[in-house]
Design a protein around this ligand. Structure first.
Ligand SMILES: [Zn+2]
Length: 127
């Protein structure tokens, strides 16, 4: 549940304006933390994490067809799914913990290292 930053009335996730006081709300479908300007950092981190996640999914799908590496492939697919989900959270600036988990899952390739740093630096931008 989200609340209007102006009057505290409960909001629907897709409200553009507060139905109680008419305050314009964020274009991200919710309320931005007071005092936290949005920067490029979560967007960049989300993009890196999703890229790493997609790479993990591709590697996983390739490996899963080779029976000795089936478990490695399965692991790569699970890591890829968490990374993509975390990257989407970073783009939406929601669920900081999952965004961080996604970036940590991305460290199998170098993309995860800047993603972790950027997500850690931009925690206040997440709702
Ligand atoms: Zn309001």
């Amino acid at each position: 549940m989200k609340y209007c930053p102006q009057c505290g009335a409960p909001l629907e996730p897709n409200d553009k304006f507060c139905s109680n006081c008419g305050t314009r709300l964020s274009d991200y479908g919710g309320v931005v933390s007071v005092g936290a300007a949005q920067t490029w950092k979560p967007t960049a981190a989300g993009t890196l994490t999703i890229s790493a996640g997609v790479l993990g999914l591709i590697v996983g799908i390739v490996l899963i067809g080779r029976s000795p590496l089936f478990m490695v492939g399965l692991l790569a697919i699970m890591i890829g799914i968490v990374a993509v989900a975390g990257g989407l959270c970073a783009l939406k600036r929601r669920a900081w913990g999952l965004a961080l988990a996604g970036s940590i899952c991305s460290v199998f390739c170098w993309l995860g290292i800047p993603a972790i740093i950027l997500i850690a630096l931009s925690k206040q931008e997440f709702s």
